[in-house]
Design a protein around this ligand. Sequence first.
Ligand code: MN
Length: 496
Amino acid sequence: MIDLKKKEVWFVTGSQHLYGEETLLQVAEHSKTIAASLNDTDEIPVKIIFKPTVKSADEIYAVCMEANTTKDCIGIIAWMHTFSPAKMWIGGLKILNKPLLHFHTQFNRDIPWATIDMDFMNLNQSAHGDREFGFIMSRMRLNRKVVVGHWQDPESLGKINAWTRAACGWNDWQTAKFVRFGDNMRNVAVTEGDKVEAEIKFGYSVNTYGVGDLVKVVNETTDKQIDQLAEEYASSYTLMPSLLKGGEQHQSLREAAKIEIGLQAFLEAGNFKGFTDTFEDLNGLVQLPGISAQRLMAKGFGFAAEGDWKTAALVRAMKVIGSGLKGGNSFMEDYTYHFNPDNRMVLGSHMLEICESIADGKPSCEIHPLGIGGKADPVRLVFNSAPGPALNASIVDMGNRFRLLVNEVIAVAPMQMMPKLPVARVLWKPYPNMHTGCAAWILAGGAHHTCYSQNLTSEHLTDFAEMAGIELVMIDKDTQIPQFKNELRWNEMYYR
Ligand code: MN
């Protein structure tokens, strides 16, 4: 359900009429070459579209207006090959409502020492042309990403790729719809928030639907559909013996399949990109959705439990940003600690709902009682997750602003089997270390719910926060508590 190939980033080159026809033709040729090269870069997931050189305020305004109203255009890469007097850009930049990346590059990589003359100098002017452009964006207080480097340099391409992916996530949020079945888990604070402000700021809407509306769709599923999905479970996972056909709990597996079919039908019929539920409001549903939430996340839907719509939306965005990359993104909760001084770490999990996309190997499909909610035992996928670099991200509502909090972590392989733990789980060590990482997270008001990502970096989320115009707080290898506290205090002033 996530397809980034249709999306477009426009490559716009700025210049002016002063240079004359011959130079402008060369400028256009160079721009075409760079745009085509970016377009051919395998790792960049969208189309890079060359746009004719803009040379006047009218042309700049027109391309910005067109970008705004072109549905699949997710952003603009701007480059000043020559000098483009930046007062010409004010009108266009004032109305541009798509993300902008300022690519500070130069067509020629090397100075041709033996042949360099004034013609070369007049054609390769981005070193100063881009500074004029940078000034006006700073003067207008516009968020953007500045990427410096030659256009064939893998480092530049990596930065453009990260921004492009963030722009896909941002674009996906605009007019996105999320369902909240029931309300919040009673009395929980951090999962609350201002849904009106979120829609203004982020572009997505969150609306409630009665669980009864979902139950109606669940009950419309046919035996044939349930047969098919139960078979798919049997072929995709290692089923616990009691869940096998003929087993004493096989009916529970069919019940879980029925819920998954109904949930997916409900989401697709309403064109929803994600959902939340709560174990305190399941009237008419036989089980709390376990395997269905896990598998719907793997299909690309955003999800978070207990009415946590901010995390559900974040999970969806991060799945879009990471689409096609190795590794997964999942709803997550910091669950239990290992405080052994030689090897401190966090065990992340949830009651049930961890996305299959982060599973290491074939999950086992199991059924166990859930000590909460008073419903029938839910079916769930149980698995470990692979070691490697990862991160946790959380959006909290600080009352006067949203804060995106990111903690880089290193996931570790389980040291021992956990045969009695009936849920999917991940072990990780927060950066810079357990004590500082957790203290910083708590000082910043980070939620217990997060999106755990194996394939995004802090660069993706930094770009994403810039596009959203929200506060970003990073906890990484360099974090120190005294400076971190000051950063939070200074941000408090900035956002007041
Ligand atoms: Mn929870």
